[in-house]
Design a protein around this ligand. Structure first.
Ligand code: URA
Length: 435
């Protein structure tokens, strides 16, 4: 195989054979294909796309570049959820214990936040003692004992994706549907799952800004999953404003605990409930979406979901006192209000801008090696459709010295809001599905 011939073929709109893709990715992972050739290949794919067979070959090559977990000795249906990433999206923290409390095994391998979107691992690590770096043996033990385990990607799961994703990140080749789909599915298929629910976010705070792009990604993800014999469904959910009110790691854990105790914001509950119900359907635990929703609500109302979260967290080393009394979670020394410059109704909130403002406070990272501050973040006080008086708080900034000056972050938050004369009704949260 000569890498430049494959790059040229893709550049000119041709299709590659599965064996070409295997050779190219294997060469890149072992180091015989250099970064500059792989970057050129990714750019050719960015412009020319890939057909179904090419995308499956790329996914399979990345999947088989590392270990594939075999969880067949653990009884019960294993189903996970993947979100393409949003702002304030803490659904994994609530959905995983609720699904486990309903009888699904949830082997969840999550990522860290990068750019304006948050990551489940950073949120979990804001709970004192919580270990996300379990060995595969520990992961299996916690999953067997509690029905759920929540860890980070290890060096041995889809290592080709790890190297390729880092390259795409710095060569402007992330936003390509075949590359995103192969990247996501190679990691999820390595988990040894039977089924997967995909939450494909659409809107200002999502990778996919339009419904058409989100549908195309969802279709590709489902096609790959089914090609590998998995039960897969995808929901398209709105990411036009932050989900819930909390954006920032410990703040989001507090909000997730509220939801598990039966409270929390309505929009978060709706997205959580529908995704969890779909997991129950894929697992065969619920017969229909309605049956799934009933079981999800019952698990929360009975307290079983909260008990399950505590059980999982304690099995992973968490200090139970921080879960029983969220005041023990990290908290920022100062809180500043962002006041509305005029009265009216909130017409829109740019979710990406709010995510970037939280990142500027220290809640997220610009580069993989950056550290996050678990305590800082933003509490959204006014959401789309809310009435607001002049001088009322739109958001609360939980901050400390050392990040971007809080006045500048407040300006960013103000710029993210559009306040108008007329009350607008927020659009639906679940805007489409592929099942
Ligand atoms: N998430 C991933 O895991 N990979 C991508 O390429 C994009 C989002």
């Amino acid at each position: 195989m000569r890498a430049q011939e494959l790059i040229q073929r893709k550049r000119d709109g041709g299709a590659l054979h599965a064996s070409d893709i295997r050779a190219l990715v294997a060469g890149y992972t072992s180091g015989s294909v250099p970064d500059y050739q792989m970057a050129a290949f990714c750019m050719a794919v960015f412009f020319r796309g890939m057909n179904g067979e090419e995308t499956v070959a790329l996914t399979e090559t990345m999947l088989l570049s590392g270990d594939v977990l075999d969880l067949s000795d653990i009884p019960g249906p294993k189903v996970d959820k993947h979100s393409t990433g949003g702002v304030g999206d803490k659904v994994s923290l609530t959905l995983a214990p609720i699904a486990a409390a309903c009888g699904v095994k949830v082997p969840m391998i999550s990522g860290r936040g990068l750019g304006h979107t948050g990551g489940t691992l950073d949120k979990l690590e804001s709970i004192p003692g919580f270990r996300i770096g379990l060995s595969v043996e520990e992961f299996r033990k916690v999953l067997s004992a509690t029905g759920c385990a929540l860890i980070g990607q290890t060096d041995r799961l889809a290592p080709a994706d790890r190297k390729l994703y880092a390259l795409r990140d710095v060569t402007a080749t992330v936003e390509s549907i075949p590359l995103i789909a192969a990247s996501i599915m190679s990691k999820k298929l390595a988990e040894g799952i039977d089924g997967l629910v995909l939450d494909v976010k659409v809107g200002s705070g999502a990778f996919m800004k339009t419904r058409a792009a989100a549908e195309a990604l969802a279709g590709t993800l489902c096609g790959i999953g089914r090609g590998f014999g998995k039960r897969v469904s995808a929901l398209l959910t709105a990411m036009d404003e932050p989900l819930g009110r909390a954006v920032g790691n410990a703040l989001e854990v507090k909000e997730a605990l509220e939801l598990l105790r039966g409270g929390g914001p309505e929009d978060l509950r709706e997205v959580n409930d529908v995704l969890t119900a779909e997991m129950l359907v894929l697992a065969g635990v619920a017969s229909t979406r309605q049956d799934g929703l009933r079981r999800v609500r019952d698990a929360v109302a009975s307290g079983r979901a909260m008990e399950k979260f505590v059980e999982i967290a304690v099995a992973q080393g968490a200090d139970v006192r921080a879960l029983e009394d969220p005041a023990r979670l990290p908290s920022a020394p100062s809180v500043a209000e962002v006041a509305a410059p005029r009265g009216g109704y909130v017409e829109a909130i740019d979710a990406q801008a709010i995510g970037l403002a939280a990142m500027a406070l220290g809640a997220g990272r610009a580069r993989v090696e950056d550290r996050v501050d678990p305590a800082v973040g933003i509490l959204v006080q006014k959401k789309v459709g809310d009435a607001v008086d002049r001088g009322e708080a739109l958001c609360l900034l939980h901050h400390r010295e050392g990040g971007e000056p809080v006045g500048r972050v407040a300006q960013r938050v103000l710029a993210a809001y559009r306040i108008g004369e007329e009350r607008v009704t927020p659009g639906p949260l679940v805007i489409g599905e592929i099942s």
